[in-house]
Ligand binder design. Structure first.
Ligand SMILES: [Zn+2]
Length: 439
């Protein structure tokens, strides 16, 4: 490039900058305010319903909430005065990014699609979840690693509608374990992203967690015991050792990440609690000692007590393989009975459904089961709002309708404190100050 040409280019760029500055400086766009009138609002922190509340929203956050809040002139007003308003719901155990729901357990399912196809097939899963009232999810693992990160980021950019996602990136699992893609013959070498999270021994566990942290995971999912919906896995078996679990928690902490542990069997549950995980997923066969340990360590129990309905339904239609049905025998009821015990004991409970086992968009059906098995409707709602936000480590921005928090709200016609099934029909959904559903 000649000097003269370079000078001309610089002059040109400078004058363009000046021109833009002059054009935009005097007319800075006014901050837009949305005002929402709520007939009733459930204050999950105080544990009570409030009447005739007004919420003001600027950008994606609440700026004021109360009965005497003045609506500024020019604000967009949304009138929900004939509805009950709640914070956006949070599901702490989803699998949105594994593509179209497929209960067949066939490993070929994952070998017939590229990662791009899996991610794009997941787009409706995200939309259905958001439209059913869940504005945030903790997505706890994918078979094809990192599709969840692609989905999370596409939603965050506003390219597609979906809940705010906090993702695991992959499953951290023993070889052939609860998070491995099993069922193929041993002489098949799976592609890298279908065996990304397999780790045996504490240093391999640490190495996988380092990769996940570097690739953008928000938290770490480890598989402490065997699984139900997995070939060659036994839900009664302990998989990772204590040494491996401790290495996982320590390594994750070094990156500021929390760990959730899948565990059905009592030893797998107790080892994971002692290792310092933030939550136990499923907690199916938790015993009294395990419940006491969870309480003592402040570990959340994230128990998916509704999805047994879907497993049984799939089994009736022959849609899931016989070995999965065999693993599952009696576990559904055992888990529900243990949920009741954990609630009665006062353990910390969050709301997680294992979405993907059931079709997407029906997660709210679990609320009625949580009430049936010992919670009050308010406790069930708190599990999916306040407690879930605490488990995620984001109570500063999620989980209740308070100034400073993200403007995530839902509204329902009936009173969910009287009949929690009202949450199965959500009429209004706002996430980050943007309306996604209004009936
Ligand atoms: Zn799961």
């Amino acid at each position: 490039m000649t000097t003269r040409l370079l000078t001309a280019l610089i002059l040109c760029l400078c004058s363009a900058t000046i021109f833009n500055a002059q054009a935009t400086a005097p007319t800075a766009a006014p901050v837009h305010v949305t005002a929402i009138k709520a007939g009733r609002l459930i204050d999950v922190d105080a544990g009570k319903a409030l009447s005739n509340q007004i919420m003001l929203i600027r950008d994606n956050r609440f700026t004021a909430v109360g009965e005497a809040v003045e609506i500024p002139p020019g604000a967009t007003v949304i009138d929900l005065s004939n509805m009950t308003v709640l914070p956006g719901l949070i599901d702490c155990h989803t699998h949105l990014a594994d593509g179209a729901r497929d209960p067949s357990g066939d490993p070929l399912t994952y070998l017939k699609r590229t990662a791009a196809e899996v991610a794009l097939e997941s787009v409706p899963n995200a939309r259905l979840t958001l439209e059913s009232g869940f504005t945030t999810v903790r997505d706890v693992g994918v078979y094809r690693a990192l599709t969840d990160i692609a989905l999370r980021d596409a939603i965050a950019r506003g390219d597609i509608p979906g809940p705010r996602m906090y993702v695991a990136g992959a499953y951290v699992t023993i070889t052939g374990g609860a998070g491995a893609l099993t069922g193929a013959t041993p002489d098949i070498q799976l592609p890298w992203d279908l065996r990304y999270g397999q780790a045996d021994g504490p240093w391999q566990v640490r190495a996988v967690i380092r990769k996940l942290a570097n690739n953008g995971a928000d938290h770490i999912k480890i598989l402490s015991s065997g699984a139900v919906l997995e070939h060659g896995s036994n839900p009664n078996a302990q998989e990772f050792t204590m040494e491996e679990l401790r290495a996982a928690v320590e390594e994750a902490q070094a990156f500021g990440l929390r760990v959730e542990a899948h565990a059905h069997a009592a030893p797998g549950i107790k080892n994971a609690i002692l290792a310092g995980v933030a939550s136990i997923e499923h907690a199916t066969m938790i015993d009294d000692e395990g419940i006491a340990l969870a309480k003592a360590h402040g570990t959340y129990l994230d128990m998916d007590i509704y999805d047994e309905e879907c497993i049984e339904e799939d089994a009736r239609h022959g849609a899931i393989p016989a070995d999965f049905v065999q693993h599952d025998a009696a576990l559904g009821q055992i888990q529900r009975d243990n949920f009741r015990k954990a609630v009665a004991a006062g353990a910390k409970m969050s709301f997680g459904t294992d979405a993907g086992v059931c079709p997407y968009g029906v997660a709210a059906r679990q609320f009625a089961f949580m009430v049936k098995y010992g919670m009050t409707p308010l406790q069930a709602i708190q599990a999916a709002t306040k407690n879930a936000a605490d488990l995620l480590g984001h109570s500063d921005v999620l989980g209740s309708i308070k100034p400073g928090k993200y403007a995530d709200i839902i509204a329902v016609q009936a009173d969910p404190l009287q009949d929690v099934r009202a949450l199965e029909n959500v009429s209004f959904v706002m996430k980050d100050g943007k309306v996604y559903k209004k009936q």
